[in-house]
Design a protein around this ligand. Structure first.
Ligand code: 6GU
Length: 231
């Protein structure tokens, strides 16, 4: 997969070179190109924002640098299939595991990180005439910019690419893989500070272990995230 990021804070993406995602980069499973939006400005101050048309608080990201940055992205794939553009915005569609799975199957993703009160709305409108566009939100709260959201989305997506995780079986049972929260997990010792590992997990009965885990996952989901359960 080729991953590109367009941001006014390229340094935010340095942590992607660490850990499992860094290993995927080293192994060539993923290529990462971080572009500085300010490189696509032409004034002395490298301005990327301006006051909102119609008035109001805050600043809006100007369309011209975004247009030139996206032109540079498209210039790399002349005549070929365009990348999918992910625009991070608190007004986007919720980013869920299903979305991460869909995006993990694509060859080329470009993350556009908004700052301030957002990006001029003509940018996604124009981009949609050239490439698939997804406007995505990390959750129902406001961040100062899309960089942290893009980092989280990239991690959720890249770990699903075959070969990135050491043990792909761990993807099957984790929270959200089957629409439920994950059951509680235990390791040794069997008794710790007066708290015991549930008997069934030490029984060796695989069927009973599976049934217990399913019941625990359902009970936990009903208690913490009833919105995840079917009607
Ligand atoms: Cl994607 N961006 C910003 N600025 N805030 C957010 C978000 C994104 N997702 C949740 N809050």
């Amino acid at each position: 997969m080729k991953l590109e990021v367009i941001t006014i804070f390229p340094d935010y993406f340095a942590p992607l070179r660490l850990s499992l995602i860094g290993k995927a980069l080293d192994d060539g499973l993923v290529r990462l190109l971080v572009r500085d939006l300010r490189d696509f400005t032409h004034d002395r101050h490298r301005t990327t924002d301006d006051t909102p048309c119609g008035g109001g608080a805050g600043m809006v990201m100007k369309p011209e640098p975004w247009g030139e940055a996206l032109d540079a992205v498209l210039a790399e794939v002349p005549g070929g299939p365009p990348p999918t553009l992910v625009l991070t915005t608190p007004a986007g569609e919720p980013f869920r595991q299903r979305v991460a799975e869909e995006l993990s199957r694509l060859d080329h993703l470009v993350f556009a990180c908004g700052r301030y009160e957002g990006i001029d709305a003509r940018v996604p409108a124009w981009a949609a005439t050239r490439m698939p566009v997804r406007e995505l939100s990390l959750g129902d709260y406001v961040l100062n910019g899309g960089e942290v959201a893009a980092l989280a989305m990239i991690e959720a997506i890249v770990r699903l690419i075959p070969g990135v995780l050491g043990n792909p079986a761990s993807l099957v049972e984790e929270s959200h893989a089957d629409g439920l929260l994950e059951y509680p997990v235990y390791t040794k010792p069997p008794s710790w500070r007066g708290l015991d590992v549930p008997e069934v997990l030490l029984s060796g009965h695989h069927g009973q272990v599976a049934a217990w885990r399913r019941a625990q996952a359902e009970a936990l989901t009903a208690r913490r995230r009833p919105d995840l359960l079917p009607g």
